[in-house]
Design a protein around this ligand. Structure first.
Ligand SMILES: Cc1cc2nc3c(=O)[nH]c(=O)nc-3n(C[C@H](O)[C@H](O)[C@H](O)COP(=O)(O)O)c2cc1C
Length: 275
């Protein structure tokens, strides 16, 4: 059997893109035709394609779907005869930090939106990847990163094999994530996204190169007198922290970011993000 598959992804720092690549490689190996599309591509016109399967990959932000991805899903046109799957990248446990990896309610939320559009949503899963919310936690060491990514690859391959074999496969959502997401995600969406950027600043090592502004998915950063300033359209994707070549972007929220490990997946590049 060969099937046409398109995977649409949003990825702040490359993890969800990495899961997408893992899935695409597995699909290719299984004889399927695969196309991978970033939802940030200018002029992307989703779903006007011949693919019978659509995959959607994105990270979890505060137990829910990132606002930028949710808008994309909600703006999809209605479809008929299309199947879909969901892939969510989560954080991983590092250094005893009290934020256990969880995709929260991403799967039921994504499934609900897609089902309303007419998709037969066949499955969804999540895979722990390196933590990227540097405002709250440290990224894992390079050694831990290698292990975490290898585990994710096995998980994604097994998921793709099962789903493409026609088995419905959903990672169960724990009952505690419903109340957590309903309590904390609205706060994150309203106050978090507008106020957290006020905590962002650069230290004296900033060279004014402007990479932070180039990689920002919403054009939320402008350089004033050679220094970045953040406005209120932040998605909290952490690109400005994680792609800064000087590691000059800092904040004080859950602790200070100075000295925390920086991380982005090497498969997501400044060049690709600079459009
Ligand atoms: C603003 C923000 C909120 C996050 N919330 C969660 C969360 O609720 N649960 C979790 O396991 N990881 C959480 N993370 C970690 C990311 O989901 C995780 O590192 C993911 O793999 C990042 O994928 P990306 O590189 O494609 O952006 C959060 C990260 C950010 C930036």
């Amino acid at each position: 059997m060969d099937t046409n598959v398109v995977i649409y992804y949003f990825s702040g720092t490359g993890n969800a893109k990495r899961l997408t690549t893992m899935a695409a490689d597995r699909l290719h190996a299984g004889g399927h035709a695969v196309e991978v599309r970033s939802i940030e591509e200018p002029g992307l016109s989703p779903c006007h394609d011949q693919a019978s399967w659509h995959g959607f990959a994105f990270p979890v932000y505060c137990f829910g779907v990132p606002r930028i991805m949710r808008r994309f899903l909600e703006n999809l046109p209605p479809v008929t005869d299309k199947r879909a799957f969901l892939l969510v990248s989560t954080g991983c446990e590092v250094e005893g930090i009290p934020m256990p990896p969880t995709e929260g309610r991403c799967l039921p939320i994504g499934r609900g939106i897609l089902a309303d559009k007419g998709y037969a949503v066949v499955g969804g899963t999540s895979a722990p990847m390196p933590n990227t919310w540097i405002m709250a936690v440290n990224a894992p060491t390079p050694e831990q990163t290698t292990q975490v990514v290898a585990r994710a690859e096995c998980h994604v391959q097994a998921f793709i094999d099962q789903v493409m074999a026609g088995q419905e496969l959903w990672k169960p959502t724990s009952r505690i994530w419903g109340p957590m997401e309903r309590l904390l995600n609205p706060l994150f969406q309203s106050r978090g996204l507008s106020r957290l950027p006020r905590l962002m600043r650069v230290d004296g090592t900033c060279t004014g190169c402007g990479i932070c502004a180039q990689v920002c998915p919403t054009g939320n950063i402008t350089l004033v007198d050679g220094r970045p300033t953040w406005s209120d359209r932040c998605e909290q994707c952490m690109r400005c922290f994680q792609f800064c070549p000087q590691e000059a972007v800092q904040s004080t929220f859950i602790g200070r970011t100075e000295g925390r490990r920086r991380y982005h997946d090497p498969g997501l590049t400044v060049r690709e993000l600079t459009r």
